[in-house]
Ligand binder design. Structure first.
Ligand code: CTP
Length: 471
Protein backbone atom coordinates (compact mmCIF):
# COMPACT_ATOMS: atom_id res chain seq x y z
CA UNK A 1 0.00 0.00 0.00
CA UNK A 2 3.04 2.26 -0.19
CA UNK A 3 1.68 3.70 -3.45
CA UNK A 4 -0.84 5.67 -1.37
CA UNK A 5 1.91 7.24 0.75
CA UNK A 6 3.32 9.57 -1.92
CA UNK A 7 2.66 12.74 0.11
CA UNK A 8 5.74 13.96 2.01
CA UNK A 9 3.60 14.44 5.11
CA UNK A 10 3.52 10.67 5.73
CA UNK A 11 7.30 10.53 6.13
CA UNK A 12 7.18 13.38 8.66
CA UNK A 13 4.35 11.70 10.61
CA UNK A 14 6.35 8.48 10.58
CA UNK A 15 9.42 10.21 12.11
CA UNK A 16 7.32 11.90 14.79
CA UNK A 17 5.60 8.57 15.62
CA UNK A 18 9.04 7.06 16.38
CA UNK A 19 9.95 9.95 18.67
CA UNK A 20 6.65 9.93 20.54
CA UNK A 21 6.63 6.13 20.56
CA UNK A 22 3.04 5.79 19.38
CA UNK A 23 1.38 3.75 16.66
CA UNK A 24 -0.13 5.79 13.89
CA UNK A 25 -2.18 5.05 10.77
CA UNK A 26 -3.76 6.81 7.84
CA UNK A 27 -7.39 5.74 7.69
CA UNK A 28 -10.81 6.30 6.12
CA UNK A 29 -11.76 8.14 2.94
CA UNK A 30 -8.17 8.85 1.90
CA UNK A 31 -7.29 5.15 1.73
CA UNK A 32 -10.59 4.27 0.05
CA UNK A 33 -10.17 6.93 -2.65
CA UNK A 34 -6.53 6.03 -3.22
CA UNK A 35 -7.47 2.40 -3.91
CA UNK A 36 -10.33 3.51 -6.14
CA UNK A 37 -8.00 5.99 -7.86
CA UNK A 38 -10.62 8.69 -7.48
CA UNK A 39 -9.94 12.27 -8.55
CA UNK A 40 -10.76 13.59 -5.08
CA UNK A 41 -8.13 11.32 -3.48
CA UNK A 42 -5.72 13.15 -1.22
CA UNK A 43 -7.80 16.21 -0.39
CA UNK A 44 -8.47 15.23 3.21
CA UNK A 45 -6.22 12.94 5.17
CA UNK A 46 -7.39 11.31 8.41
CA UNK A 47 -4.70 10.12 10.80
CA UNK A 48 -5.49 7.91 13.78
CA UNK A 49 -3.03 7.76 16.67
CA UNK A 50 -3.03 5.09 19.36
CA UNK A 51 -2.49 7.79 21.93
CA UNK A 52 -2.93 11.53 21.93
CA UNK A 53 -4.00 12.92 18.53
CA UNK A 54 -3.61 16.54 19.59
CA UNK A 55 0.02 16.14 20.72
CA UNK A 56 0.81 14.34 17.50
CA UNK A 57 -0.78 17.08 15.36
CA UNK A 58 1.10 19.84 17.16
CA UNK A 59 4.44 18.04 16.89
CA UNK A 60 4.00 17.25 13.19
CA UNK A 61 2.92 20.82 12.39
CA UNK A 62 5.89 22.21 14.33
CA UNK A 63 8.20 20.00 12.30
CA UNK A 64 6.88 21.45 9.03
CA UNK A 65 6.78 25.13 9.93
CA UNK A 66 6.17 27.28 12.99
CA UNK A 67 3.68 29.27 10.94
CA UNK A 68 1.14 26.45 10.59
CA UNK A 69 -1.99 27.07 12.60
CA UNK A 70 -3.31 23.95 14.32
CA UNK A 71 -7.04 23.94 15.08
CA UNK A 72 -7.75 21.97 18.21
CA UNK A 73 -11.11 20.47 19.18
CA UNK A 74 -10.41 19.40 22.71
CA UNK A 75 -13.83 17.88 23.39
CA UNK A 76 -13.43 15.50 20.48
CA UNK A 77 -9.71 14.86 21.04
CA UNK A 78 -9.01 15.95 17.47
CA UNK A 79 -6.76 18.51 15.82
CA UNK A 80 -6.26 19.56 12.23
CA UNK A 81 -4.15 21.77 10.02
CA UNK A 82 -3.77 22.52 6.34
CA UNK A 83 -0.74 21.24 4.51
CA UNK A 84 -0.56 22.46 0.91
CA UNK A 85 -3.85 21.36 -0.70
CA UNK A 86 -4.81 18.90 2.02
CA UNK A 87 -6.56 19.12 5.38
CA UNK A 88 -4.83 16.75 7.78
CA UNK A 89 -6.90 15.64 10.75
CA UNK A 90 -5.48 13.77 13.74
CA UNK A 91 -7.57 11.80 16.20
CA UNK A 92 -6.73 9.53 19.10
CA UNK A 93 -8.10 6.02 18.47
CA UNK A 94 -11.32 5.60 20.38
CA UNK A 95 -14.27 3.54 21.26
CA UNK A 96 -17.34 5.56 20.76
CA UNK A 97 -20.92 5.20 21.60
CA UNK A 98 -23.72 7.65 20.97
CA UNK A 99 -26.61 8.25 23.34
CA UNK A 100 -29.84 7.41 21.61
CA UNK A 101 -31.46 10.86 21.90
CA UNK A 102 -28.59 12.92 20.55
CA UNK A 103 -25.53 12.87 18.36
CA UNK A 104 -23.08 13.65 21.18
CA UNK A 105 -20.76 10.69 21.55
CA UNK A 106 -19.25 9.52 24.80
CA UNK A 107 -15.65 8.75 23.99
CA UNK A 108 -12.98 6.51 25.52
CA UNK A 109 -9.48 5.72 24.28
CA UNK A 110 -9.33 2.50 22.30
CA UNK A 111 -7.24 0.32 19.99
CA UNK A 112 -7.00 0.61 16.20
CA UNK A 113 -9.51 -2.19 15.95
CA UNK A 114 -11.97 -0.32 18.22
CA UNK A 115 -11.55 2.73 16.02
CA UNK A 116 -12.15 0.77 12.84
CA UNK A 117 -15.27 -0.83 14.33
CA UNK A 118 -16.82 2.52 15.16
CA UNK A 119 -16.58 3.67 11.56
CA UNK A 120 -19.48 3.76 9.15
CA UNK A 121 -18.59 1.34 6.34
CA UNK A 122 -16.06 -1.39 5.67
CA UNK A 123 -14.70 0.66 2.75
CA UNK A 124 -14.10 3.58 5.14
CA UNK A 125 -12.39 1.49 7.83
CA UNK A 126 -9.25 0.67 5.83
CA UNK A 127 -5.99 1.71 7.50
CA UNK A 128 -2.32 1.84 6.49
CA UNK A 129 0.44 1.81 9.09
CA UNK A 130 2.85 4.76 9.15
CA UNK A 131 5.28 3.36 11.75
CA UNK A 132 8.75 2.72 10.43
CA UNK A 133 8.81 -1.03 11.01
CA UNK A 134 5.42 -1.67 9.42
CA UNK A 135 5.35 1.32 7.02
CA UNK A 136 2.73 0.71 4.29
CA UNK A 137 1.17 -2.34 6.01
CA UNK A 138 -2.49 -2.61 5.20
CA UNK A 139 -5.05 -3.29 7.97
CA UNK A 140 -8.45 -4.36 6.76
CA UNK A 141 -10.27 -6.38 9.43
CA UNK A 142 -13.69 -6.25 7.74
CA UNK A 143 -12.71 -7.13 4.19
CA UNK A 144 -13.29 -3.62 2.92
CA UNK A 145 -11.05 -4.14 -0.11
CA UNK A 146 -13.18 -7.00 -1.28
CA UNK A 147 -16.23 -4.72 -0.85
CA UNK A 148 -14.47 -2.10 -2.96
CA UNK A 149 -13.92 -4.70 -5.65
CA UNK A 150 -17.48 -5.98 -5.43
CA UNK A 151 -18.76 -2.38 -5.27
CA UNK A 152 -20.64 -2.92 -2.03
CA UNK A 153 -21.54 -0.60 0.85
CA UNK A 154 -21.64 -2.57 4.11
CA UNK A 155 -21.35 -1.62 7.78
CA UNK A 156 -18.50 -3.20 9.77
CA UNK A 157 -20.81 -4.10 12.68
CA UNK A 158 -24.50 -4.96 12.81
CA UNK A 159 -26.09 -2.12 10.79
CA UNK A 160 -28.58 -1.43 13.57
CA UNK A 161 -25.65 -0.56 15.87
CA UNK A 162 -23.74 1.46 13.26
CA UNK A 163 -26.82 3.45 12.25
CA UNK A 164 -28.11 4.04 15.72
CA UNK A 165 -24.64 5.38 16.67
CA UNK A 166 -25.09 8.05 13.99
CA UNK A 167 -28.25 8.01 11.86
CA UNK A 168 -26.66 10.36 9.31
CA UNK A 169 -24.75 7.30 8.15
CA UNK A 170 -27.95 6.09 6.47
CA UNK A 171 -27.77 9.13 4.21
CA UNK A 172 -24.04 8.57 3.74
CA UNK A 173 -24.62 4.96 2.65
CA UNK A 174 -26.97 6.17 -0.07
CA UNK A 175 -24.68 9.03 -1.03
CA UNK A 176 -21.69 6.69 -1.45
CA UNK A 177 -23.83 4.20 -3.42
CA UNK A 178 -24.83 7.04 -5.73
CA UNK A 179 -21.40 8.72 -6.05
CA UNK A 180 -19.44 5.50 -6.49
CA UNK A 181 -22.11 3.51 -8.32
CA UNK A 182 -22.07 0.84 -5.57
CA UNK A 183 -24.87 -1.38 -4.23
CA UNK A 184 -25.92 -1.33 -0.59
CA UNK A 185 -25.63 -4.83 0.88
CA UNK A 186 -29.03 -6.39 1.75
CA UNK A 187 -28.62 -6.42 5.54
CA UNK A 188 -27.31 -2.84 5.56
CA UNK A 189 -30.26 -1.74 3.41
CA UNK A 190 -32.67 -3.47 5.78
CA UNK A 191 -30.95 -1.63 8.66
CA UNK A 192 -31.63 1.69 6.92
CA UNK A 193 -35.30 0.85 6.40
CA UNK A 194 -35.85 -0.10 10.01
CA UNK A 195 -33.95 2.92 11.38
CA UNK A 196 -35.19 5.53 8.89
CA UNK A 197 -37.37 7.22 11.53
CA UNK A 198 -34.23 8.03 13.55
CA UNK A 199 -33.04 10.50 10.94
CA UNK A 200 -35.08 13.09 12.81
CA UNK A 201 -32.34 13.53 15.42
CA UNK A 202 -29.89 14.62 12.71
CA UNK A 203 -29.51 18.32 11.93
CA UNK A 204 -30.93 19.53 8.61
CA UNK A 205 -27.52 21.00 7.65
CA UNK A 206 -25.88 17.57 7.71
CA UNK A 207 -28.77 15.94 5.84
CA UNK A 208 -28.70 18.62 3.16
CA UNK A 209 -24.92 18.31 2.76
CA UNK A 210 -25.43 14.64 1.84
CA UNK A 211 -28.40 15.43 -0.40
CA UNK A 212 -26.29 18.00 -2.27
CA UNK A 213 -23.62 15.38 -2.87
CA UNK A 214 -26.29 13.07 -4.29
CA UNK A 215 -27.55 15.86 -6.54
CA UNK A 216 -24.02 16.57 -7.75
CA UNK A 217 -23.29 12.97 -8.70
CA UNK A 218 -23.42 11.66 -12.27
CA UNK A 219 -26.81 9.99 -11.83
CA UNK A 220 -28.71 11.60 -8.95
CA UNK A 221 -31.73 9.35 -9.61
CA UNK A 222 -29.84 6.38 -8.16
CA UNK A 223 -29.58 8.05 -4.74
CA UNK A 224 -33.03 9.63 -4.79
CA UNK A 225 -34.70 6.33 -5.61
CA UNK A 226 -32.98 4.64 -2.66
CA UNK A 227 -33.91 7.57 -0.42
CA UNK A 228 -37.53 7.00 -1.44
CA UNK A 229 -37.48 3.22 -1.12
CA UNK A 230 -35.87 3.23 2.32
CA UNK A 231 -38.35 5.73 3.76
CA UNK A 232 -35.66 8.36 4.43
CA UNK A 233 -36.96 10.86 1.91
CA UNK A 234 -40.32 11.33 3.60
CA UNK A 235 -38.51 12.11 6.87
CA UNK A 236 -36.98 15.31 5.57
CA UNK A 237 -38.57 16.07 2.19
CA UNK A 238 -42.30 15.22 2.23
CA UNK A 239 -43.04 17.45 -0.79
CA UNK A 240 -40.71 15.40 -2.98
CA UNK A 241 -42.04 12.12 -1.58
CA UNK A 242 -45.57 13.29 -2.50
CA UNK A 243 -44.65 13.43 -6.19
CA UNK A 244 -44.61 9.65 -6.37
CA UNK A 245 -47.58 7.82 -7.75
CA UNK A 246 -50.05 7.67 -10.59
CA UNK A 247 -53.77 8.39 -10.51
CA UNK A 248 -56.16 6.92 -13.05
CA UNK A 249 -59.67 8.05 -13.95
CA UNK A 250 -61.80 7.02 -16.94
CA UNK A 251 -58.83 4.92 -18.01
CA UNK A 252 -56.67 8.02 -18.15
CA UNK A 253 -53.48 8.10 -16.10
CA UNK A 254 -51.00 10.91 -15.52
CA UNK A 255 -47.26 10.23 -15.43
CA UNK A 256 -45.43 9.50 -12.19
CA UNK A 257 -44.04 12.92 -11.36
CA UNK A 258 -41.32 11.57 -9.07
CA UNK A 259 -39.91 9.32 -11.80
CA UNK A 260 -40.21 12.16 -14.29
CA UNK A 261 -38.37 14.59 -11.98
CA UNK A 262 -35.54 12.09 -11.53
CA UNK A 263 -35.27 11.61 -15.25
CA UNK A 264 -35.07 15.40 -15.74
CA UNK A 265 -32.29 15.58 -13.15
CA UNK A 266 -30.30 12.80 -14.81
CA UNK A 267 -30.74 14.44 -18.22
CA UNK A 268 -29.57 17.76 -16.82
CA UNK A 269 -26.63 16.17 -15.01
CA UNK A 270 -25.21 15.25 -18.42
CA UNK A 271 -25.06 18.90 -19.43
CA UNK A 272 -24.43 20.92 -16.28
CA UNK A 273 -22.55 20.62 -12.98
CA UNK A 274 -24.37 23.56 -11.39
CA UNK A 275 -25.81 22.60 -8.00
CA UNK A 276 -28.63 25.13 -8.06
CA UNK A 277 -29.63 24.35 -11.63
CA UNK A 278 -29.96 20.78 -10.39
CA UNK A 279 -32.07 22.07 -7.50
CA UNK A 280 -34.31 23.82 -10.02
CA UNK A 281 -34.71 20.50 -11.85
CA UNK A 282 -35.52 18.73 -8.58
CA UNK A 283 -38.18 21.31 -7.74
CA UNK A 284 -39.60 22.22 -11.15
CA UNK A 285 -42.78 20.15 -10.70
CA UNK A 286 -42.92 20.26 -6.90
CA UNK A 287 -46.44 21.78 -6.91
CA UNK A 288 -47.97 19.15 -9.16
CA UNK A 289 -49.66 17.29 -6.28
CA UNK A 290 -51.03 20.58 -4.92
CA UNK A 291 -52.47 21.68 -8.27
CA UNK A 292 -53.67 18.33 -9.63
CA UNK A 293 -57.22 18.25 -11.00
CA UNK A 294 -59.20 15.95 -13.21
CA UNK A 295 -61.23 17.46 -16.03
CA UNK A 296 -63.56 15.20 -17.98
CA UNK A 297 -62.73 16.91 -21.25
CA UNK A 298 -58.95 17.29 -21.05
CA UNK A 299 -57.94 14.73 -18.42
CA UNK A 300 -55.40 15.49 -15.69
CA UNK A 301 -54.26 19.10 -15.29
CA UNK A 302 -51.71 20.84 -13.08
CA UNK A 303 -52.59 24.44 -13.86
CA UNK A 304 -50.32 27.01 -12.27
CA UNK A 305 -47.91 24.43 -10.83
CA UNK A 306 -44.92 26.49 -12.00
CA UNK A 307 -46.17 29.54 -10.14
CA UNK A 308 -47.31 27.74 -6.95
CA UNK A 309 -44.09 25.68 -7.06
CA UNK A 310 -41.94 28.78 -7.14
CA UNK A 311 -43.85 30.09 -4.10
CA UNK A 312 -43.14 26.87 -2.17
CA UNK A 313 -39.38 27.26 -2.53
CA UNK A 314 -38.55 29.70 0.30
CA UNK A 315 -40.13 27.39 2.92
CA UNK A 316 -38.33 24.35 1.53
CA UNK A 317 -34.99 26.19 1.43
CA UNK A 318 -35.49 27.46 4.96
CA UNK A 319 -36.32 24.06 6.38
CA UNK A 320 -33.41 22.37 4.61
CA UNK A 321 -31.04 25.20 5.63
CA UNK A 322 -30.24 26.02 2.03
CA UNK A 323 -29.06 29.59 1.45
CA UNK A 324 -31.86 32.17 1.34
CA UNK A 325 -29.93 34.36 -1.08
CA UNK A 326 -29.41 34.86 -4.82
CA UNK A 327 -29.27 31.07 -5.28
CA UNK A 328 -32.78 30.71 -3.90
CA UNK A 329 -34.07 33.54 -6.11
CA UNK A 330 -32.46 31.83 -9.08
CA UNK A 331 -34.21 28.52 -8.33
CA UNK A 332 -37.53 30.34 -7.80
CA UNK A 333 -37.14 32.11 -11.11
CA UNK A 334 -36.31 28.99 -13.10
CA UNK A 335 -39.21 27.06 -11.57
CA UNK A 336 -41.61 29.92 -12.32
CA UNK A 337 -40.41 30.21 -15.92
CA UNK A 338 -39.94 26.54 -16.79
CA UNK A 339 -42.99 26.32 -19.07
CA UNK A 340 -42.40 29.57 -20.94
CA UNK A 341 -39.95 28.38 -23.62
CA UNK A 342 -42.42 25.61 -24.54
CA UNK A 343 -45.06 28.22 -25.29
CA UNK A 344 -42.56 29.86 -27.63
CA UNK A 345 -42.29 26.82 -29.86
CA UNK A 346 -45.60 27.50 -31.58
CA UNK A 347 -45.35 28.96 -35.07
CA UNK A 348 -47.28 32.13 -34.43
CA UNK A 349 -45.14 33.17 -31.48
CA UNK A 350 -44.57 36.91 -31.41
CA UNK A 351 -41.29 38.75 -30.96
CA UNK A 352 -42.90 40.42 -28.00
CA UNK A 353 -43.25 37.07 -26.15
CA UNK A 354 -39.56 36.40 -26.78
CA UNK A 355 -38.59 39.87 -25.56
CA UNK A 356 -40.59 39.36 -22.37
CA UNK A 357 -38.90 36.05 -21.64
CA UNK A 358 -35.46 37.58 -22.20
CA UNK A 359 -36.39 40.44 -19.91
CA UNK A 360 -37.60 38.12 -17.13
CA UNK A 361 -34.91 35.44 -17.39
CA UNK A 362 -32.01 37.87 -17.85
CA UNK A 363 -28.65 36.14 -17.70
CA UNK A 364 -30.30 32.88 -16.60
CA UNK A 365 -31.88 32.31 -20.00
CA UNK A 366 -29.23 29.75 -20.99
CA UNK A 367 -29.81 27.73 -17.80
CA UNK A 368 -33.57 27.93 -18.35
CA UNK A 369 -33.14 26.45 -21.82
CA UNK A 370 -30.99 23.64 -20.39
CA UNK A 371 -33.73 22.89 -17.84
CA UNK A 372 -36.42 22.88 -20.54
CA UNK A 373 -34.41 20.57 -22.76
CA UNK A 374 -33.84 18.21 -19.83
CA UNK A 375 -37.59 18.32 -19.15
CA UNK A 376 -38.30 16.36 -22.33
CA UNK A 377 -38.66 12.82 -21.03
CA UNK A 378 -40.87 11.19 -23.65
CA UNK A 379 -39.94 7.62 -24.57
CA UNK A 380 -40.86 8.34 -28.17
CA UNK A 381 -37.58 9.24 -29.86
CA UNK A 382 -39.30 11.08 -32.73
CA UNK A 383 -41.25 13.19 -30.27
CA UNK A 384 -38.09 14.00 -28.29
CA UNK A 385 -36.33 15.07 -31.49
CA UNK A 386 -39.26 17.25 -32.51
CA UNK A 387 -39.19 19.04 -29.15
CA UNK A 388 -35.42 19.47 -29.31
CA UNK A 389 -35.68 20.92 -32.83
CA UNK A 390 -38.34 23.34 -31.60
CA UNK A 391 -36.11 24.44 -28.74
CA UNK A 392 -33.23 24.93 -31.17
CA UNK A 393 -35.51 27.34 -33.05
CA UNK A 394 -36.40 29.14 -29.81
CA UNK A 395 -32.69 29.53 -29.07
CA UNK A 396 -32.22 31.04 -32.53
CA UNK A 397 -35.07 33.51 -32.04
CA UNK A 398 -33.78 34.41 -28.59
CA UNK A 399 -30.34 35.10 -30.05
CA UNK A 400 -31.70 37.23 -32.88
CA UNK A 401 -33.84 39.39 -30.63
CA UNK A 402 -31.17 39.72 -27.96
CA UNK A 403 -28.66 40.91 -30.55
CA UNK A 404 -31.12 43.53 -31.71
CA UNK A 405 -32.75 44.68 -28.49
CA UNK A 406 -30.29 43.83 -25.66
CA UNK A 407 -32.94 42.89 -23.11
CA UNK A 408 -31.00 40.37 -21.04
CA UNK A 409 -29.79 42.96 -18.59
CA UNK A 410 -32.45 45.52 -19.22
CA UNK A 411 -31.57 48.99 -17.94
CA UNK A 412 -34.31 51.57 -18.52
CA UNK A 413 -33.06 53.92 -21.30
CA UNK A 414 -34.76 56.82 -19.48
CA UNK A 415 -34.26 57.22 -15.74
CA UNK A 416 -36.45 58.75 -13.03
CA UNK A 417 -34.05 61.70 -12.89
CA UNK A 418 -34.47 62.25 -16.65
CA UNK A 419 -38.25 62.52 -16.16
CA UNK A 420 -37.95 64.85 -13.15
CA UNK A 421 -35.56 67.04 -15.12
CA UNK A 422 -37.62 67.04 -18.35
CA UNK A 423 -40.85 68.18 -16.70
CA UNK A 424 -39.44 70.00 -13.68
CA UNK A 425 -41.54 67.88 -11.30
CA UNK A 426 -41.02 66.37 -7.85
CA UNK A 427 -40.68 62.58 -7.35
CA UNK A 428 -44.16 60.97 -7.45
CA UNK A 429 -46.54 58.52 -9.15
CA UNK A 430 -46.17 59.94 -12.66
CA UNK A 431 -42.53 58.91 -12.83
CA UNK A 432 -43.39 55.24 -12.26
CA UNK A 433 -46.22 55.44 -14.82
CA UNK A 434 -43.95 56.89 -17.51
CA UNK A 435 -41.12 54.43 -16.82
CA UNK A 436 -43.51 51.45 -16.95
CA UNK A 437 -45.06 52.76 -20.20
CA UNK A 438 -41.63 53.03 -21.83
CA UNK A 439 -40.62 49.52 -20.65
CA UNK A 440 -43.88 47.98 -21.92
CA UNK A 441 -43.52 49.77 -25.27
CA UNK A 442 -40.03 48.34 -25.69
CA UNK A 443 -41.15 44.83 -24.75
CA UNK A 444 -44.10 45.09 -27.16
CA UNK A 445 -41.75 46.25 -29.91
CA UNK A 446 -43.50 49.63 -30.32
CA UNK A 447 -40.19 51.41 -29.93
CA UNK A 448 -36.63 50.01 -30.01
CA UNK A 449 -34.60 49.82 -26.81
CA UNK A 450 -32.88 53.16 -27.61
CA UNK A 451 -32.56 56.39 -25.64
CA UNK A 452 -33.71 58.77 -28.39
CA UNK A 453 -36.99 56.93 -29.06
CA UNK A 454 -37.54 56.46 -25.32
CA UNK A 455 -37.14 60.22 -24.70
CA UNK A 456 -39.69 61.02 -27.44
CA UNK A 457 -42.12 58.60 -25.84
CA UNK A 458 -41.45 60.10 -22.41
CA UNK A 459 -42.50 63.56 -23.67
CA UNK A 460 -45.61 62.19 -25.35
CA UNK A 461 -46.72 60.21 -22.31
CA UNK A 462 -45.89 63.10 -19.97
CA UNK A 463 -48.07 65.49 -21.97
CA UNK A 464 -50.88 62.92 -21.96
CA UNK A 465 -50.63 62.96 -18.17
CA UNK A 466 -50.93 66.75 -18.18
CA UNK A 467 -47.24 67.49 -17.51
CA UNK A 468 -45.51 70.40 -19.18
CA UNK A 469 -42.05 70.29 -20.71
CA UNK A 470 -39.56 72.50 -18.95
CA UNK A 471 -38.51 75.10 -21.46
N1 CTP B 1 -17.07 8.60 9.48
C1 CTP B 1 -17.97 7.78 10.13
N2 CTP B 1 -19.25 8.19 10.34
C2 CTP B 1 -19.67 9.42 9.91
C3 CTP B 1 -18.76 10.26 9.24
C4 CTP B 1 -17.47 9.83 9.04
O1 CTP B 1 -17.62 6.68 10.52
N3 CTP B 1 -20.92 9.82 10.14
C5 CTP B 1 -15.68 8.14 9.31
C6 CTP B 1 -15.43 7.30 8.06
O2 CTP B 1 -14.42 6.37 8.40
C7 CTP B 1 -14.89 8.30 7.06
C8 CTP B 1 -14.09 9.25 7.95
O3 CTP B 1 -14.81 9.26 9.20
O4 CTP B 1 -14.10 7.71 6.06
C9 CTP B 1 -13.96 10.66 7.38
O5 CTP B 1 -15.22 11.22 7.20
P1 CTP B 1 -15.56 12.26 6.05
O6 CTP B 1 -14.37 13.12 5.79
O7 CTP B 1 -16.85 12.88 6.37
O8 CTP B 1 -15.88 11.35 4.80
P2 CTP B 1 -14.98 10.62 3.76
O9 CTP B 1 -15.14 9.14 3.96
O10 CTP B 1 -13.59 11.13 3.79
O11 CTP B 1 -15.68 10.92 2.37
P3 CTP B 1 -16.05 12.33 1.71
O12 CTP B 1 -14.83 13.15 1.70
O13 CTP B 1 -16.52 11.93 0.35
O14 CTP B 1 -17.16 12.89 2.55
Amino acid sequence: MKKCLYNKIFGIISDVAEELEVDVYVIGGFVRDCILERKSAGKDIDIVVIGNGITMAKTVAGRISRKIKVNIFKNFGTAMFRYKEAEIEFVGARKESYKSASRKPSVEAGSLRDDQERRDFTINALAISLNRKTYGKFLDPFDGVSDLEKKVIRTPLDPVKTFSDDPLRMMRAIRFACQLDFKIEAKTLKGIKSNAYRLKIVSPERITAELNKILLSDRPSVGLNILYDTGLLEQFFPELHELKGIDTKDNRAHKDNFDHTLQVLDNLAQNSDSLYLRWAALLHDIAKPATKKYDEKVGWTFHGHEYIGSKMIPDIFKRLRLPLNENMKYVKKLVALHLRPISLTQDEVTDSAIRRLLFEAGDDIEDLMLLCEADITSKNIRKVQRHLDNFALVRLKLKEIEERDHLRNFQPPVSGEDIIEAFGIKPGRNIGIIKEYIKESILDGIIPNERKEALDLMYRKGEELGLRRKS
